[in-house]
Write a protein that binds this ligand. Structure first.
Ligand code: TXE
Length: 479
């Protein structure tokens, strides 16, 4: 049975080529999903535009719009297991992590419902006989283009604030993970969200993306994915003069200073790279350690990496599942081979796990590489897999210069018992997020995004709602 998708106010089968999604843990087909033709994309965008412009959405007071978001949040909580299973089937993340992400999606809708009710317009200081009120208006229709690594959280992070801001959303999920987006759309419908405010267009980026972004109804695009795709989308947005928010890749430095609590730091490093199989934009993939402590730290990390339990995502004892696709595993393997050729020493991992349960899945062992310098290809390019490179440093200046010597600037972790050093280094690192004595803690209330080639714009927090609005200043004469 081919699954339908919500477009133009109903669930349609689409006349594009049918998309098949694959379970990366087993190689089995999960689903066959319809995709839209260019005409159906056009119709869906026109319908979304009408829905955004209709009085029943455009003229709602923010606290009235909030009620929809509260209801979606409650409906996500009710159907959280469906969302978690849908994501697990398609990207192979351990079920327990998928469940946490479904809960986080519900919290995101709740947060933006509250933001809707509390965000204020501005009355700027008055410089003459007039009163100015700055209001924030929606763009109309926003395109949200999302990746496969964490669709549950990333889609909530775009859809919730864009709706809260008064827009309609046309969501283009990754071709690898469409089921979670269809599940979210069902949940929104069940929660009473009016038709046309959330459209889902399944399909390959190269097929859907150019047609979608060329549509005049699309007035803003919010993208999360790889840097090269982001660059292409920015090019289209520049030609059309529409804003593009881009959350892209990373090659984040994770730093252990000589005064750190080493066992705690090593736990943080292991989670920071191997949780979710390293398929996280903020994965701490370059570890900087004091030269004198290099061997001691590597020995601890190897022991911890070898204790990680790989397995089927449904397994109650599974820490990490497979990579999200067999194709992606090939890419990770190529990177490890490239590291070997450049003189890298594989301290652990560097191969597929052996055993019947791993035979047909896209599994790969957590891998730690030493003996390279920061200029090696694996230290410069985003692998997006379970591969950690350990790099020794000599002093703070050398550390900061080398940590910043990358095209990316997404995140950084620092482990130290000296808060002054933590502050100094945190301020010197080019990154949108810095963690001190923790890693990968993320709050919906704090802005998130990248420096340099890691992106443009900030999602999350109150700015994450303003991202989907444009300021308008209205002047009233007072004399
Ligand atoms: O990403 P793409 P891919 C990085 C990571 C990964 C690499 C490639 O390094 O190995 O990117 O992954 C849609 N117009 N990240 O190929 O292509 C596509 O269909 C419009 C980092 O999966 O960026 C999908 O919905 N859309 C990352 C989305 O873009 C297009 C998360 C992301 O896919 C398009 C994922 C086009 N021309 C990968 N081409 C992060 N920052 O978290 C593709 N798409």
């Amino acid at each position: 049975m081919v699954l339908n998708f919500p477009a133009s106010g109903r669930w349609i089968s689409g006349s594009g080529q049918v998309l098949k999604t694959v379970n990366p843990a087993t190689g089995d087909i999960n689903a066959e999903i319809g995709t839209p033709s260019p005409e159906e994309i056009a119709d869906a965008c026109i319908f979304a535009h009408q829905s955004a412009a209709s009085d029943s959405w455009r003229k709602l007071k923010p606290h009235e719009r909030a009620t929809y978001l509260y209801r979606i949040s409650a409906a996500i909580t009710e159907d959280a297991e469906d969302l978690a299973q849908a994501q697990m089937l398609e990207n192979g993340k351990a079920l327990k992590e998928c469940r946490q992400q479904a809960a986080s999606a519900a919290a995101t809708f709740r947060y933006y419902a509250a933001a809707c009710e509390t965000l204020e317009s501005i009355v700027p200081p008055n410089r003459g006989n007039y009163l100015t009120v700055t209001t924030y208006e929606p763009y109309g229709v926003v395109a949200a283009i999302t990746p496969w690594n964490s669709p549950l959280t990333m889609e909530a992070q775009k859809v919730a604030p864009a709706l809260a801001a008064g827009n309609a959303v046309v969501l283009k999920p990754s071709e690898v993970t469409t089921l979670p987006s269809l599940t979210l759309a069902r949940i929104c419908e069940k929660a009473g969200l009016p038709a046309g405010l959330l459209t889902v267009l399944p399909g390959y980026g190269r097929d859907i993306g150019p047609t979608l972004l060329a549509r005049p109804e699309i007035r803003m695009v919010s993208f999360t994915g790889g840097t090269e795709t982001g660059r292409a989308i920015a090019g289209v947005a520049a030609k059309r003069l529409i804003p593009a928010a881009l959350e892209l890749g990373g090659k984040s430095p994770h730093i252990i200073l000589d005064d750190a609590d080493i066992p705690a730091a090593c736990d943080g490093v292991i989670d920071g790279i191997f949780e979710g199989m390293g398929q996280s934009c903020v994965a701490g993939s370059r570890l900087f350690v004091p030269r004198a402590k290099h061997d001691q730290i590597v020995a601890i990390l190897v022991e911890k990496a070898e204790a990680i339990r790989l397995g089927q995502p449904t397994g109650p004892d599974t820490d990490i599942g497979p990579l999200s696709s067999h194709h992606h595993r090939d890419k990770v393997e190529e990177y490890v081979e490239a590291a070997r050729k450049e003189g890298g020493i594989v301290a652990t991992g560097g191969s597929r796990p052996v055993g019947a349960q791993f035979d047909s899945g896209a599994f790969y062992r957590p891998t730690i590489i030493t003996g390279l310098t920061n200029s090696a290809r694996v230290c410069q390019e985003e692998i997006f897999g379970p591969v950690l490179c350990v790099l020794p440093f000599d002093d703070e200046d050398d550390l900061v210069a080398t940590a910043n010597d990358t095209a990316f600037g997404l995140a950084c972790g620092i482990w130290t018992s000296d808060y002054r050093r933590a502050w100094r280094i945190a301020r010197s690192i080019d990154a949108g997020t810095v963690w001190i004595n923790t890693y990968k803690q993320l709050s919906i209330a704090a802005p998130f995004g990248g420096f340099k080639e890691s992106g443009i714009g900030r999602e999350k927090g109150l700015q994450g709602m303003r991202l989907y609005q444009q300021a308008k200043s209205i002047y009233f004469a007072t004399a």
